[in-house]
Each structure stands twice: as structure tokens, then as C-alpha cells.
Design a protein around this ligand. Structure first.
Ligand SMILES: [Zn+2]
Length: 394
């Protein structure tokens, strides 16, 4: 027992010294105060828990708060589809490339974002309103992986695309359910459908359906699938839904929308198209889900951003009634002005015979150059010139 007693006094002294030191340190305000939740826990225990929590959250999400946003650009390509994604890690993903003739404007748009490399390309299915501009896009960028469904088509547009891919010595990956395209930290892009394109002889149902999850938010791209292919997808839940087949009545079944339960629904569609898209009953079913609906025919190119916690509308070139009024500046155009300025400039120029409106410097404006208020030009049915308003005319 004696040897133990010998240690009691030094121990008490040491404890007092530690206590004094602790009081002095906290009085000087040195060190971080423990979070309120830890205030009733002894400091040593609290700091141990804090360290453990910090290590745990570090291993799960090393830079959650400072992470870059996921940006999803739904390009207004008229009666077609094209979405360009800037992933939080800096990689890029293009899903479809509009109609033939849309290539140059898509290229311009992507370039104006400062992007020179497209890491991943998905051609959802071989119809011309989805792959129309893709050969030109592939020709004008360095490209990583290309995903296509294992189906073929005999159209010239499709054959040109295959030829371009061969010429650039790129490889096509079969886009089948379960294929993970991207998986970095909290961002995960995976193909959900088709499990087997042979399940249907409808090319639309062979569309690659891709879900891009970022933290608690997700975007679902459905190509042109019908209600039949929608039923193959077990978990279509998403924050933002790219509505299937331009809002056709044969897609977006009530059962599918019920499971998807999107907060926002984007319909990529041309104004007054001959297909009657989007169908009234589809719009009604979407409204019943409570989703806020956006149409590229009304809002133009639409950009959403996700922090991983929440999604917000970032840009809409032609704000419509369902858009929020908060627009951040659009990507800069080559002449240094921002896309937002393009859409809000007040004076444009028309010609005596043309049906387009132009900027003062546009090379299409030859001898005649009639100034007009932008709003008046739009009211009179003039549309943006693709040369001097490339972003807006997308
Ligand atoms: Zn289509």
C-alpha cells in the first residue's frame, strides 16, 4: 500500500496544474469552443468525439462543404434532346446532341463554358433528334468514353456518327443497365435501362436511361422511352426529371411519375411542333406529382445547379411564367458579354426581308439595318440569328 500513497500527492499536484492551465487557456480564448451539443460533456471526451466525428465525415466526404456544384444544362435544341453536364470533379458528360444542324450551336455553347474535353458522351438512341449534331461535336472536342444502346439504325445521320467515331478511333461502350459511368465521392452516374435492348423492337424503348446522383439530389435522363420501358425501371426517384419523349402521351405514366416523384420536370420540346408535344394529359399527370414544369420551347436553355444538398434553377434564357426570378449570369459568349446580357439587350437589328434579329456587328446585316426594341422584335415573330445570338438560338 505504501508505494501507492507515495504517488497520490504528485498526482493531485499534476491535476491542479492541468486544471489551472486549462482555465488559463480557455480564459485567453485559445482553441475552438466545443459545439453546443458537446457542452455538457467533459472537454477531453468531447474532443475525442469531435475528432472521431471529423475523421468519420472526412472519410465520407473530404470536401463536402467546399465541393463544386453539379451543373446540368438542358440545351434548347427545338424538337430534340441535348443535355450537357459539368460534374463536380470537373469532368463533363453530354447526353444527346439535338437535330442535324444543331452541332455548331452545341459546340459553341460547350466551348463558351471553357470546356475542351468531353469525358463521357451518351447517345440515348439512334434517332436523328438525339444524335443529329453528335458527329460534329465528337469531331470538335477531345472525347473520352461513348455509350450507346446495342441497337442499329440505317439512317445517314447514324452512319455518319459511327464513321466519325471510327475516324477518331474511339470505342463505343454498350449502355446497359448497371453500367456505372462515373463514381467520384458523392457523385454517381449509372445507366438504369435498358437491361436488354432486345426486350422491345421500339428504338425509343432502347433509350439509355441514366441517373446522375449528387449527394441527396439526382437527375434522371430518360431519352424517349415509353410507358413500357418506364416499367422496367425499379427506382426512378429523382429531384429533376428530363421528361421522356418530349412529353409524349405514351410516356410519363402515372405509375412511373408516382415513383419518380420529381421536384422539377424538364420537357425538351420545339415550339408548335407537329407531334403535339407535350401532350396535355402528360402535363396533367406531371402537375399531379406537384413537379414544377419547365419547357425548353418556353424557357429556352435551362440550367440547374446542385450543391448535393439542394437543386436550384440557375439560368433560363427566356424566362417564362414557371421560372423563378433569380437568374445568375449565363456563360460568357465569345465577344465577352454574358448570355444573360444577350437575352436582356434592348436594341436589336432586323433587315427588310429577313425574319431574324441581329446584333449591330452581325455579318448577316448587309445594307439594310433597322434598329428595333428586342421585345418588339420578339412580339413581331423575329427569332434570334444563329450567328450573332448562338446561345439564345440554341
Ligand atoms: Zn426524341
Amino acid at each position: 500500500m505504501k508505494p501507492q500513497k507515495k504517488h497520490v500527492l504528485p498526482c493531485i499536484l499534476l491535476f491542479c496544474l492541468f486544471l489551472c492551465l486549462s482555465l488559463f487557456v480557455s480564459a485567453c480564448g485559445v482553441g475552438q469552443p466545443p459545439p453546443a451539443a458537446f457542452s455538457s460533456i467533459p472537454d477531453s471526451a468531447a474532443s475525442a468525439i469531435e475528432t472521431e466525428k471529423a475523421q468519420e465525415s472526412q472519410s465520407l466526404s473530404p470536401s463536402w462543404n467546399s465541393a463544386a456544384p453539379l451543373k446540368v444544362h438542358f440545351l434548347d435544341v427545338g424538337q430534340g434532346d441535348s443535355a450537357f453536364l459539368q460534374l463536380p470533379g470537373g469532368e463533363t458528360l453530354l447526353i444527346d446532341a439535338g437535330n442535324p444542324g444543331d452541332g455548331p450551336r452545341i459546340i459553341h455553347y460547350i466551348r463558351s463554358l471553357g470546356v475542351t474535353h468531353i469525358n463521357y458522351i451518351i447517345a440515348t438512341h439512334p434517332h436523328a433528334d438525339h444524335i443529329g449534331g453528335m458527329a460534329e461535336v465528337i469531331d470538335n472536342f477531345s472525347v473520352g468514353e461513348i455509350y450507346m444502346p446495342k441497337v442499329t439504325h440505317t439512317s445517314r445521320t447514324y452512319e455518319m456518327l459511327l464513321q466519325t467515331i471510327r475516324d477518331k478511333q474511339l470505342k463505343i461502350h454498350n449502355g446497359t443497365a448497371g453500367t456505372v459511368i462515373y463514381d467520384q465521392e458523392e457523385c454517381h452516374a449509372e445507366i438504369l435501362s435498358p437491361a436488354d435492348p432486345a426486350l422491345s423492337d421500339d428504338l425509343n424503348d432502347a433509350s439509355i436511361v441514366c441517373k446522375v446522383q449528387y449527394g441527396a439530389t439526382s437527375f434522371l435522363f430518360t431519352g424517349d422511352i415509353s410507358a413500357a420501358a418506364e416499367s422496367w425501371i425499379s427506382d426512378p426517384s429523382c429531384t429533376v426529371l428530363k421528361v421522356a419523349h418530349h412529353g409524349s402521351s405514351g410516356s410519363s405514366s402515372a405509375a412511373f411519375l408516382d415513383k419518380a416523384s420529381p421536384k422539377y420536370a424538364v420537357i425538351s420540346v420545339g415550339l408548335e411542333n407537329s407531334y403535339g408535344h407535350p401532350a396535355e394529359d402528360t402535363l396533367n399527370r406531371l402537375k399531379e406529382t406537384g413537379a414544377e414544369i419547365f419547357l425548353t420551347s418556353q424557357q429556352g436553355t435551362i440550367v440547374f445547379e446542385s450543391s448535393g444538398d439542394s437543386v436550384w434553377l440557375s439560368v433560363s434564357k427566356r424566362p417564362g411564367p414557371s421560372c423563378t426570378p433569380e437568374f445568375s449570369p449565363a456563360p460568357p459568349s465569345p465577344d465577352g458579354t454574358s448570355g444573360q446580357e444577350i437575352s436582356t439587350e434592348s436594341t436589336v437589328y432586323i433587315t427588310k426581308t429577313g425574319k431574324k434579329y441581329h446584333r449591330s456587328s452581325c455579318s448577316y446585316l448587309k445594307s439594310s439595318k433597322i434598329p428595333m426594341e428586342l421585345s418588339a422584335a420578339k412580339e413581331k415573330g423575329y427569332s434570334p440569328c444563329s450567328r450573332c445570338h448562338p446561345d439564345e438560338s440554341l
